[in-house]
Design a protein around this ligand. Structure first.
Ligand SMILES: Cc1cc2nc3c(=O)[nH]c(=O)nc-3n(C[C@H](O)[C@H](O)[C@H](O)COP(=O)(O)OP(=O)(O)OC[C@H]3O[C@@H](n4cnc5c(N)ncnc54)[C@H](O)[C@@H]3O)c2cc1C
Length: 309
């Protein structure tokens, strides 16, 4: 029986892991991989203590720090948690493939993943023109025509990344002209580029192609008529979804499936389950915030363990 099982491999989980080891709480950490979402970033400029660090370098440092504590924590890197079950006695079972691990508390730090369009062709052409990270993949579209789907901040930032390489960038946005949601500096950069064409009040309806993507179909908000633009790349930038399904059956979530927490101590609706980082209903999705919240969660789990010996 573990005292705590930490689920995740981003900055939140690593911070909780380091604190758990130093508190000598009997802990296991399960992570499909170490690094978290910003691992794809060329340069992170707000990780406190580093003026700039690349995503891969941050991942290496996180892993090294975690492994330095390995005498006091069981690390299961490369192992994905399928599900957590709540038992009648108030403890939990963590299911990893065929294996079951028992624990008194659970720290959910499983973060988020890209939201998908769910339209025909999106999965078929993933990696063959359909991409989810402009920061990573923009250079592959040098002199090509591409479309970005999503008029929020991440969509607009993707357009800015792509302007540097692509021949033409279409932006498909649900909102009408004037309704883009990105910050003013990014918006100005887009408006001043003659490479960009914004298709307002529209939704992507299908990705088409043969061996590779050749086009994107879309419909205007108020019509069923399909239009098609010829593009070789489609960047899906419509936000993220929390990886909360593993505890979703017995932990309260909001309308977007974010785990609801008490921000004072990161408690969830289920005693013994704490959550931190992008999987929660935190207003801000940032590395440093994930770390701080995860430390709060771990210290709260420690208090819970003391009270429930
Ligand atoms: C492209 C990009 C650039 C960004 N740049 C910045 C930046 O410059 N500065 C900044 O502060 N923030 C940045 N962010 C946001 C930041 O990355 C997130 O806020 C942060 O990663 C959240 O950390 P987390 O630990 O909560 O979750 P995540 O980073 O999402 O990590 C969760 C990890 O847990 C693992 N996992 C998930 N489910 C399971 C499971 N069932 N079993 C085992 N393991 C599991 C996966 O490996 C997953 O990667 C960026 C995000 C993106 C997408």
């Amino acid at each position: 029986m573990y005292e705590t099982i930490i689920i995740g491999g981003g900055p939140a989980a690593v911070a909780a892991g380091v604190y758990a080891a130093r508190k000598q709480i009997k802990t296991a950490l399960f992570a499909s991989q170490i690094g978290g979402q910003s691992v794809v970033s060329d340069g992170i400029e707000n990780w406190i203590g580093e003026e700039v660090i690349s995503g891969p370098d941050l991942a290496i440092k996180l892993k090294k720090h975690l492994e330095s504590q390995k005498d006091n924590i069981d690390l299961h890197i490369g192992e994905n948690v399928d599900k957590v079950n709540k038992k009648e006695d108030g403890t939990f079972e963590v299911v990893v493939g065929e294996d079951i691990y028992e624990t008194k508390t659970v720290l959910v730090c499983s973060g988020g993943r890209h939201r998908r369009l769910g339209v025909p062709g999106e999965s078929d052409f993933e990696g063959r023109g359909v991409a989810f990270c402009a920061t990573c993949d923009a250079p592959f579209f040098k002199d090509k025509d591409v479309a970005v789907v999503g008029g929020g901040n991440s969509g607009l930032e993707a357009v800015v990344d792509l302007i540097k390489y692509a021949n033409k960038v279409y932006l498909i946005a649900r909102k009408p002209d004037g309704g883009l949601r990105g910050d003013p500096v990014t918006q100005a950069e887009i408006m001043n580029s003659d490479k960009v064409e914004i298709i307002y009040e529209s939704n992507a309806s299908a990705v088409v192609g043969e061996a590779m993507v050749t086009g994107l179909k879309y419909k205007k908000n108020d019509s069923d008529e399909e239009h098609e633009i010829a593009v070789q790349g489609v960047f899906v930038e419509i936000g993220s979804v929390p990886n909360s399904e593993i505890v979703g059956e017995f932990v309260d979530t909001d309308d977007w499936s974010n785990i609801k927490v008490n921000f004072e101590n990161q408690e969830t609706s289920c005693p013994g389950v704490f959550a931190a980082g992008d999987v929660t209903n935190s207003a801000y999705r940032q590395n440093n915030i994930a770390v701080g919240d995860a430390i709060k969660a771990l210290l709260s789990a420690h208090e819970y363990l003391k009270k429930n010996q």
